[in-house]
Design a protein around this ligand. Structure first.
Ligand code: NDP
Length: 239
């Protein structure tokens, strides 16, 4: 498979790159900065998995950069099979409504919600090339969401994060409807609480295990119920 991963330099993104490479996939690792110190681990992986890893420069908040990246992928590798919208920020943590900085809320929407929209807008045509050529066995758009998007389990604080992930889940549902009739699966995935910069040291999950589970999901599908929102083992999440 040819897989695009955003936010690929660290955390779950880096784990998704490594897990995908181990499985023999071609991975497009999209990063906001290509400075050496930012992508050191990706460069090491590039050496270990010769010919399988392309590092591409892309800021998900910049439509021009997303468009250019999509054109570059089309030029070098013709098509894509899977898009994993992973890049996100968690800002204004635990602030109350009186304290929250509204510009930071807009910034979170720009990265977490409009970012994946930009990606799908420009990369869907690249995905469709694979469909037309009938070379792809699995075609999927995976939006990495969060249990913080659950309306049933809403909690106080983290305003921007929860709101942006609910809106991301709506993007998933809208794309599922739009793509009905085309063999592209679309799903929001809660990856679990993971040990990353975002999740912190106390988190119980290793992002590498989550990444392996996500590839299993892509290969085997999930128990889709009324809404396309599952955890990394494919079980339905509360909306
Ligand atoms: P990290 O904070 O560890 O990594 C976030 C990644 O997103 C980094 O690679 C970062 O790049 C990238 N990013 C941020 N802004 C942009 C941008 N404008 N353009 C491109 N890339 C950007 O997060 P995690 O790995 O923990 O999270 C991965 C996903 O999992 C996210 O969608 C998150 O919401 C979700 N999630 C995580 C949980 C957890 O416990 N960790 C729990 C539930 C969901 P840079 O290094 O340049 O900043």
């Amino acid at each position: 498979m040819k897989v695009l991963v955003t936010g690929a330099n660290r955390g779950l993104g880096l784990a998704l790159v490594h897990s995908g490479l181990k499985k023999g996939n071609i991975i497009f690792a999209a990063v906001r900065s290509v400075a050496d110190k930012h992508i050191k681990e990706l460069q090491n992986l590039k050496e270990s998995y010769e010919g399988q890893l392309r590092i591409i420069h892309m800021d998900v908040t910049n439509e021009k950069s997303v468009k250019q990246a999509a054109e570059a992928v089309k030029l070098t590798d013709q098509y894509l099979d899977v898009i994993i919208n992973n890049a996100a920020i968690l800002n204004e943590r635990e602030k109350t409504i009186e304290e929250v900085d509204l510009n930071a809320v807009l910034q979170a929407f720009d990265v977490n919600t409009v970012g994946p929209m930009r990606i799908v807008k420009h990369f869907l045509p690249v995905l469709r090339i694979g469909l037309r050529q009938q070379v792809a066995e699995t075609q999927a758009i995976i939006n990495i969401s969060s249990e913080a998007a659950s309306l049933t389990n809403a909690y106080s604080g983290d305003y921007p994060y929860g709101m942006t992930k609910v809106a991301l889940n709506m993007l998933t549902e809208k794309l599922s409807v739009y793509l009905q009739g085309e063999p592209v699966e679309v799903v929001s995935v809660h990856p679990g609480w993971m040990k990353t910069a975002m999740g912190g040291d106390k988190a119980p999950k290793d992002p590498n295990d989550t990444a392996d589970n996500i590839y299993r999901l892509i290969e085997n599908g999930w128990k889709s119920s009324q809404f396309a929102f599952v955890d990394d083992t494919g079980h339905y999440m509360d909306i």
